[in-house]
Design a protein around this ligand. Structure first.
Ligand SMILES: Cc1ncc(C[n+]2csc(CCOP(=O)(O)OP(=O)(O)O)c2C)c(N)n1
Ligand SMILES: [Mg+2]
Length: 337
């Protein structure tokens, strides 16, 4: 069994200490909304509403919520096919997100992209990449454009542990560091790439080591601790904005479900799964908020109930939306107001 890594970020919580009570509860809301969204996606999939497959991020909510909290509205974010959480953390409209999964005209990409391609340029969501590692050079390009234009924007790139063995990863890391680009590389190390444990494809589990090869600032954090993630992301974003270059952040986490909807994940040891379920980021954070006297169990249930009802209503509306017309101009839907 793979032992859950403790992470290194939760001890200090320096940036997180400055968060207001509202912000702290907001992080709980964001994670809960993402969880409830994914649960609804699962139900909708079983009802036959989702076209194509879907990759749920249950268990990994603290990574996208914690990083998104550190960003400005005009920053850039790229991610993978497991990107629903990043989109929601940036404020994607729930109905438009479901409509995209359901292949409807009112979807964020006009219903043509589907679950693996949720994108909204107005929210800085510059792309979901199905090709492993493909988002990294694009994020570097976005960072370069921001640097050249002097806009002080930051480009954040989320990717899985599988991406670190792709050539584009190394090219992107190298260029970002040489040119001191405002890029944050966020590796969601959930220990598996599809059906393979990380040690079958990579000689070690701590991928943060890779940053040293590029002399890049790096952080290894407990990706199931939302405040630890924020604590690593906030200073990295501040450095990038100030022209001090990129950071590589490895977030140790775990996906609760299989790789995609058709994967029962039988290749994982049940003791390993159980150990990680006990480290569920939402339950852990709820306990933290309760201990700090910021939220009662009833309050937490209210947040979940509200999120559940919001996603259900959004999914219902999306399911009633029209199909895309065959003459629809895809590019116009995506980029032209
Ligand atoms: C270049 C490339 N090779 C192989 C695949 C097939 N593939 C799809 S997802 C995946 C696993 C990626 O794992 P990871 O990067 O750890 O992300 P996770 O699914 O765990 O979030 C693979 C190999 C692909 N999409 N692109
Ligand atoms: Mg993985």
């Amino acid at each position: 069994m793979t032992k859950p890594a403790p992470g290194t970020g939760s001890a200090s919580n320096k940036a997180a200490a400055a968060l207001s009570i509202e912000d702290r509860i907001g992080l709980y809301r964001t994670m809960t909304l993402i969880r409830e969204f994914e649960e609804q996606v699962q139900r909708s999939y079983l009802e036959g509403l989702v076209h194509g497959t879907t990759h749920l991020c249950n268990g990994q909510e603290a990574v996208c919520a914690g990083v998104a909290k550190a960003l400005r509205e005009d920053d850039y974010v790229s991610y993978t096919y497991r990107g629903h959480g990043q989109c929601l953390a940036r404020g994607m409209d729930l109905e438009a997100a479901f409509a995209e999964l359901f292949g409807r005209e009112t979807g964020v990409c006009g219903g043509i992209g589907g679950s693996m391609h949720l994108t909204d340029i107005d929210l800085g969501l510059i792309g979901a990449f199905g090709i492993v590692g493909a988002g990294l050079p694009v994020a570097v390009g976005a960072g370069l454009s921001a640097q050249l234009a002097g806009r002080r924007q930051v480009s954040v790139c989320f990717f899985g542990d599988g991406a670190v063995n792709i050539g584009a990863f190394h090219e992107a890391m190298n260029m970002a560091q040489v040119w001191k680009l405002p890029v944050i590389f966020v590796c969601e190390n959930n220990l598996y790439g599809e059906f393979s444990h990380i040690l079958h494809t990579t000689p070690y589990e701590d991928l943060v080591i890779r940053a040293a090869g590029y002399s890049m600032q790096s952080e290894l954090v407990d990706g199931n601790d939302v405040l630890a993630v924020y604590d690593a992301a906030a200073p990295a974003v501040a450095r990038a904005r100030d022209g001090q270059g990129p950071t590589f952040i490895e977030c140790k986490t775990y996906r609760h479900r299989g790789h995609s909807r058709t994967d029962p994940a039988k290749y994982r040891d049940s003791a390993e799964v159980e150990a990680w379920l006990k480290l569920d980021p939402i339950s852990l954070y709820r306990a933290d908020l309760r201990a700090a006297g910021l939220m009662s169990d009833v309050g937490a249930e209210d947040v979940a109930a509200e999120a559940r009802s919001l996603v259900k209503a959004a999914a219902d509306r999306a399911a009633a939306a029209p199909w895309p017309s065959q003459t629809q101009d895809f590019m116009a839907t995506m980029f032209v107001q």
